[in-house]
Design a protein around this ligand. Structure first.
Ligand SMILES: [Zn+2]
Length: 106
């Protein structure tokens, strides 16, 4: 993709947010946009790591336990974006919630 070429921008290489691998300009990177809503049904988090998931859930629980309604509203929606290299994209898509994998393929 061209578009913003021409300006005196330094050719910054991108970094994978997950593994830290450098992705030189022109290489393929993937943006992962994570939106976390508290739903009437419960929470449907799309989060990269189990630690993140746990942290989010803890935040939500804490928020609902005695926070004022305004704060609560802010806490029921969360958005973040990450840049992933192709390898990390594969791993992410294979298991977005980082669940323990069942032994079905052995
Ligand atoms: Zn990566």
């Amino acid at each position: 993709m061209k578009g913003e070429a021409g300006n005196a921008r330094p050719a910054m290489s991108k970094l994978c947010d997950k593994c830290g691998k450098e992705m030189p300009d022109g290489s393929i990177a993937y943006e992962v946009r994570i939106q976390v809503y508290a739903d009437f049904d419960g929470v449907i988090p799309q989060i990269e790591t189990a630690e993140e998931l746990e942290a989010r859930l803890n935040e939500l629980v804490a928020a609902m336990d005695g926070a004022d309604p305004d704060e609560l509203m802010r806490d029921v929606f969360h958005e973040e974006r990450h840049l992933l290299c192709p390898g990390c994209r594969e791993r992410y898509l294979a298991n977005p919630l980082n669940l323990p994998l069942p032994d079905t393929h052995r």
